[in-house]
Design a protein around this ligand. Structure first.
Ligand code: TYD
Length: 190
């Protein structure tokens, strides 16, 4: 089972992915938490480049597209192993992040063809201004105008993909967490 959290920067993915992990562990499941970009050498390079003032330029967006795809390629090997051990994988981001953060769409889709499609995508949708305030503003993508287009692209993806569930991320932490648990219980019948 491969469950993914998606959402703009500051939407609470990392907190909620940990809470969901604790919940599933308490139910007796074997769970592995994953974060993209990963801690591979490519992932480390990505985090460094995210600080670059040109990060949102056209040529850098294409560079990011390739780097995120390469980082993910390594990760897919690990995901295969975890699935063969019957582990539940919870991931903070996936190739869907590349589809909404990088461009052009069709090319990004093509270079991510190898990426495994998640069984469930929990899209934490929230008010843009709150998210921008919450995010630490440490990388160049944490920009209100840019994130506004990312948010719209996420909602469009959600409308066209049957594995997406939209979670209202504006509620308080416990409420969001309890909604996520309800969705996961219902989808996987656990
Ligand atoms: P993020 O989850 O926000 O990490 P952190 O909480 O440590 O800042 O991810 C880092 C940034 O990378 C974020 O701005 C989104 C961006 N990103 C992409 O642009 N494309 C991708 O494919 C992925 C996985 C992330």
């Amino acid at each position: 089972m491969y469950i993914v959290f998606e959402g703009i920067d500051g939407s609470g993915k990392s907190t909620q992915s940990k809470l969901l992990k604790d919940y599933l562990v308490s139910k007796g499941y074997d769970v592995e938490l994953i974060v993209e970009p990963t801690d591979s050498d490519i992932g480390k390079l990505i985090r460094k480049l995210l600080q670059n003032p040109n990060a949102r330029s056209d040529y850098m967006q294409k560079t990011f597209g390739l780097l995120f795809a390469a980082d993910r390629m390594i990760l897919m090997n690990k995901i295969q192993d975890l699935e063969s051990e019957n582990k539940i994988i919870i991931s903070d981001r996936s190739f869907y992040s590349s589809l909404v953060y990088q461009e052009p769409y069709n090319w990004i889709k093509e270079i991510n063809k190898f990426a495994k499609k998640p069984d469930l995508v929990l899209l934490l949708d929230m008010d843009l201004k709150t998210a921008v305030m919450r995010s630490q503003g440490t990388d160049e993508f944490e920009n209100e105008e840019f994130l506004s287009s990312v948010k719209e692209k996420y909602l469009k993806l959600a409308r066209n993909s049957s594995n997406f569930k939209i979670i209202n991320g504006n509620n308080n932490l416990d409420e969001v967490s309890s909604n996520i648990k309800k969705v996961v219980d219902a989808v996987f019948n656990i």
